[in-house]
Design a protein around this ligand. Structure first.
Ligand SMILES: *Cc1c(COP(=O)(O)O)cnc(C)c1O
Length: 350
């Protein structure tokens, strides 16, 4: 702490990301990255872009990518907002659309960045408990609010909320923005983007970090009514008018265009997720139903922190959250078959 800080910085509680170990040999199943590489077409597009043009600023509107996203989802360009990872997109959403007198609602077990943004922007919030089965109950959100946000599938539970339940939440709060954070939707869910033309209060965010294997590139997006997008553009252009660099724009656009590779890698992750779930259940784990590229599991006889430490000794890292309600769970990303086997081997003496 220093006397030079703006006063509010003293009270900030920053987000703590999952470990990015320097040791290359570790089996990294702790941050939900895709075990398969990016689309070869995305890599080729970025290689082509590595040229003298890098001395020039990128397109401030990232039009090439905006058009690729609009085409992919069948929406208009003015319904799409782009940022450096969906974390940046979310930051602008909290700032530009969720700062109201009434509290923001989100699940008590959810993406731990949400309360951090509330702290940064001074937003009041009300954490709504998940039900006994760790599911979101739409009825719990039918109360006065200044906005609603939840991941779908939820993180870190992996549980999916059906589209008609999402609609129930939208209908109950027509005067609030409802943000559906679809970071993991491609691993078994159905996107709510198909609803944006019917619900002007719906904003859907997605990222290229998970299903498109580009966590290192930092590209995220939001799709919604042009009025919502305009608020985000205002914030962006008051903050950083060139958020995406030249490589990110062409790489992300090519990734959206390469549907075959995307379909193939998503299918593999889903297939191996189901396999890992079966193997963990055979060892006595209780695994929440997952529609994501990770699973959330607990063992009735073994302490989660102890299991995480034990796995780590064997070179496998998984994520453990200290929050009381889920302190006995481990969040485990789905890896390649070899990585998943290392996980199962690491638990062989259970
Ligand atoms: C990973 C994740 C994000 C952020 O992704 P970016 O890498 O910043 O695009 C957003 N929301 C949830 C729920 C996530 O798990």
């Amino acid at each position: 702490m220093s006397k030079f800080w703006s006063p509010f910085v003293k009270d900030l509680v920053p987000y703590v990301p999952g470990e990015q170990p320097k040791l290359a040999k570790l089996v990294k199943l702790n941050t939900n990255e895709n075990p398969y590489g990016p689309s070869p077409k995305a890599l080729a597009a970025m290689q082509t872009e590595l040229n003298d043009n890098l001395r020039l600023y990128p397109d401030p509107n990232s039009d090439v990518l905006k058009q690729a996203v609009a085409k992919y989802y069948g929406v208009q360009g003015n319904q799409v907002f782009l940022g450096n990872g969906s974390d940046e997109v979310l930051a602008h959403i909290f700032h530009g659309l969720l700062q109201h007198d009434k509290p923001l609602l989100f699940p008590d077990i959810s993406y731990s960045f949400y309360p951090v943004y509330c702290g940064l922007y001074g937003i009041k919030f009300d954490a709504v408990p998940l039900d006994e089965q760790f599911q979101i109950d739409p009825a719990d959100y039918a109360k006065p609010n200044g906005g609603i946000i939840f991941p779908n599938p939820n993180a870190p539970t992996g549980c999916l909320l059906a589209l008609d339940a999402v609609e129930q939440i939208l209908k109950a709060s027509p005067d609030s923005v409802v943000v559906v954070d679809e970071a993991y939707i491609d691993f078994g869910g159905e996107t709510a983007i198909t609803l944006v033309d019917r619900y002007p209060n719906l904003l859907v965010t997605q990222t290229l970090s998970k299903s498109r294997s580009l966590a290192g590139l930092r590209v995220g997006l939001a799709v919604g009514h042009p009025d919502l997008i305009e608020a985000l553009e205002r914030i962006k252009n008051s903050f950083n008018s060139y958020p995406l660099d030249r490589l990110a724009i062409v790489g992300a656009a090519a990734a959206f265009e390469d549907r075959d590779y995307f379909d193939k890698t998503c299918r593999l992750v889903i297939e191996h997720r189901d396999k890992v779930v079966g193997e963990l259940q055979a060892k006595g784990f209780e695994v929440l139903p997952s529609a994501a590229n990770f699973i959330f599991a607990r063992h009735p006889q073994h302490d989660a922190a102890g299991l995480a430490a034990k796995l780590r000794e064997q070179g496998v890292i998984v994520r453990h959250f200290k929050q009381e309600r889920v302190a006995q769970f481990l969040r485990i990303s789905i890896g390649t078959p070899e990585q998943n086997q290392a996980l199962i081997d690491g638990l062989s003496d259970l």
